[in-house]
Ligand binder design. Sequence first.
Ligand SMILES: [Zn+2]
Length: 276
Amino acid sequence: MSVPTGAAEHLDAEGRRRVRIPPVLMYHSVSPSTGPDPHRVRVSPELLDRHLRLLGRLGLRGTSLGELLAAQERGAASGLVGLTFDDGYADFAEHALPVLARHRATATLYVVAGLVGGRNSWDEGPRLDLLDADGVRAVAAAGHEVGSHTLTHADLRGLDAATLAHEVGGSRAVLQDVLQADVPGFCYPWGRFDAAAADAVRAAGYDHACVTGDRLPGDRFTLPRAYVAPGDGAALLLARLARHRWWMRGVDPAPARGERAEEPGPRRGRAGEGGR
Ligand SMILES: [Zn+2]
């Protein structure tokens, strides 16, 4: 791991254009439950509320990733922080939506399109309900972005082209059918990706995609995020924001929508901390 320095720091090791974006926070389940949480995916509604209040005191407003990138392209993203919620847990509707509304924030919810109305079968441990189609539509109707998190929460690394297209493009088709609207955002399950997976996301017509982990800046299809752990207090949240600013030093602003970065080269994904 190295800190970017020098004149070419807007390009990554494979020559892709890194994208400067404001910090993007990664949440999963939002629930007052006190049951087992072995994968550390749950924050309480009160903690989410405290986080958004802290952001407000810093002059920052939470926004969906799509809105964040659009604002960045207009040069208007300085007061924004991206908010993302992975997996499409049913508790988002009951416990996250009211908190987001209270803070006039929007978010991106990444839905496992083949498990809408089902449960988190990809994980060992406690079974959590996922939003059904009506719930997904309600989230979009409330002004939030719905993105794809594949059909089955698949680890995309090393998959053959047909399976990749099925998981990546097929999930977009399912969600667009549910929403009757464009689905521009994608999120790699567990943050795991390789060059073929990122290319499949581009080929499927997505506009942007994010990984897990707040590491070196990625390109438009490997945007970094900061994992928020259960119980993270103000000091940790501030540290994550500061770390993001450090990683983004000297990186060019986001290229215009649809602009192709340089041709991709071989690239290995990094498992993000706590990413599901
Ligand atoms: Zn996930």
